[in-house]
Design a protein around this ligand. Structure first.
Ligand code: F6P
Length: 546
């Protein structure tokens, strides 16, 4: 596959760069009265994505779509819904779309339709939820379960944790969900401190069931439970596992009957739709989990059947390619104007940065272009009072994505109006700023002297012309959230296709794990040599202070 940067459409885009940059967003809006209609995309009656405040034109968009065609995107999208070898460095397929397909659908992997397997596991999850919700599933003292603690990390934590928090208003099953991921015992300790062992269920979530953070936390949780119940025989009522590794699950002491399965063709960061979503189904009810899956499936269909020009994930990915590879903007800020989406930026960081933070192409050759951007963010309006200063006047231009919801589940109409107004205002300020003339006129109207105006004006000018996208949903429902997450999954996938990289492996995280294993031994044995001098020095300092 010829590199993106050597494609004729890409070269044509580079030729356009100067011309496009010379036109400000304000000028574009002045010249194009239908710019919003031209550059905003709809997904059913639920979602509108406004891409009008980006530094692009119809000509740029057409070239980006041509680039996508030339890079084989159509074929790659079809392959996402069929047996594929996208994750060739791990010898695995990427079939997460099968997890949200309806019962009658077919997706064959190695000659077997995987959809019935998916639904068989969903049925087990449903039955388990029913037992827990009805109170039939009881702990060692005969009491029903009240708290569920998911122990997992990365893809076995971020997705479920984000969804459960995002859908708090739907948590009506009488269960409280908690998430423990960190190797820092402070997290496990603070969660356990508020719990009653007799009414607590642990879900040990790990695709591999070897991840050190998860196993360390799981062993500590097991000891905590055992100290309270006094007998191994009660463990089965308090521990279930979600994994692909039956052997390791049973070796840990969890009965196979209490294990929920998923498969090697589900990447960790794409796994919340599988049994990894068990805490979601427990906290929100199985039907809400199904609605989440339905929303994601609808976005799958949108990706598959919508022409590139109107295809939301495709357009988001192409726009990021334009921003990153042509305009040189290597960071993306995500700002949900929803407290419920507090964990969404962290979820997107794993999804996009673990997928697309790559340095070699699918042939193992060093890349001759940039790949994944630095993804970061915070909920609005909090971010406004922290780092938005840099977005508006700093020397780094960060394309921003604002996510908002027309309706709130909470009975505070004034808050909701002000929240949305702030989101719209930030997008306006980023795109259109405030000119020197406007600043001077304002200061004059406030009675400042000519000298003071000249002195203060430069500080108050807002350059504007900074790109941003607004995603507006009607409400934060399970269905819409499913669609929104799948939209970002597909954006990530499409970027990877155009960059010709493997978005489904993560070899870059391995070295640190190996080095840590040696250092864990050294810390246990008080060893302070055998490493580089900085590490040796720090080991000695730790020994001194421990
Ligand atoms: O589910 P597991 O196997 O415990 O892995 C957790 C996470 O660790 C990673 O492998 C990275 O270390 C992620 O890709 C994954 O989501």
């Amino acid at each position: 596959m010829t590199s993106l940067v050597r494609q004729p459409a890409f070269m044509a885009l580079q030729q356009l760069k100067q011309k496009e940059q010379a036109i400000s967003l304000a000028q574009r809006f002045a010249a194009e009265s239908n710019r919003f209609e031209q550059f905003s995309l709809g997904f059913g009656e639920q979602l509108r994505v406004d891409l009008s405040r980006q530094h692009w034109s119809v000509e740029v968009r057409a070239l980006l779509c041509r680039l996508a065609h030339d890079m084989g995107l159509k074929t790659a999208i079809e392959a996402l819904f069929a047996d594929n070898r996208f994750n060739h460095t791990e010898g695995r397929a990427a079939l997460h779309a099968a997890l949200r397909m309806p019962p009658g659908a077919v997706l064959e992997h190695k000659g077997e339709n995987v959809v019935p397997k998916v639904h068989a596991e969903l049925a087990r999850i449903q039955a388990f939820c029913q037992q827990v919700h009805s109170g039939d599933w009881r702990g060692f003292s005969g009491q029903p379960i009240r708290d569920v603690v998911n122990i997992g990390i990365g893809g076995s934590d971020l997705g479920p944790a984000m969804v459960v928090e995002a859908l708090v208003p739907y948590q009506d099953q009488g269960l409280r969900a908690h998430f423990v991921s960190n190797m820092d015992g402070a997290q496990l300790g603070s969660v356990l401190a508020g719990l009653n062992p007799a009414t607590t269920l642990f879900v040990i979530s790990s695709k591999t069931f070897t991840t050190d953070e998860t196993m360390t936390n799981a062993r500590a949780a097991r000891a905590w439970l055992l100290a309270a119940c006094g007998s191994e025989q009660h463990i089965a009522r308090h521990f279930v596992a979600v994994s692909t590794n039956t052997e390791a699950v049973t070796a840990f002491g969890i009965d196979e009957a209490n294990m929920f399965r998923f498969w090697s063709w589900v990447g960790g960061r794409f796994s919340l739709w599988s049994a990894i979503g068990l805490p979601i189904a427990l906290a929100l009810g199985f039907e809400r989990f199904q609605q989440l899956l339905a929303g994601a499936h609808a976005m799958d269909e949108h990706l598959r059947h919508t022409p590139f020009e109107h295809n939301i994930p495709v357009q988001l990915a192409l726009l990021s390619i334009w921003n990153i590879n042509v305009l040189g903007l290597q960071s993306e800020g995500v700002f949900p104007y929803s407290q419920q989406l507090k964990r969404f930026p962290a979820f997107l960081q794993q999804l996009n940065m673990e997928s697309n933070g790559k340095g070699v192409n699918n042939a193992g050759q060093p890349l001759d272009h940039a790949t994944g951007p630095v993804v970061w963010g915070e909920v609005g309006t909090n971010g406004q009072h922290a780092f938005f200063q840099l977005l508006h006047q700093g020397s780094v231009v960060v394309p921003a994505e604002f996510i908002g919801f027309a309706r709130s589940a909470y009975p505070y109409p004034e808050h909701q109006r002000k929240l949305l107004a702030n989101m719209l205002a930030q997008a306006q300020a980023m795109a259109f700023g405030k000119s020197r003339e406007q600043v001077e006129a304002e200061l004059a109207a406030e009675g400042y002297s000519t000298e003071a105006i000249a002195r203060l004006a430069p500080y108050k000018v807002m350059p504007g012309n900074r790109p941003c996208t607004v995603m507006l949903c009607d409400e934060l429902s399970p269905y819409n959230l499913g669609a929104l997450i799948a939209m970002y999954e597909h954006k990530t996938f499409v970027q990877g296709v155009l960059w010709n990289i493997n978005s489904f492996d993560q070899w870059g995280v391995e070295l640190g794990k190996k080095l840590a294993a040696k250092l864990i031994d050294d810390l246990a044995n008080g060893v302070t040599d055998g490493h580089d001098s900085a590490t040796n020095g720090l080991l000695a300092q730790i020994k001194h202070w421990s």
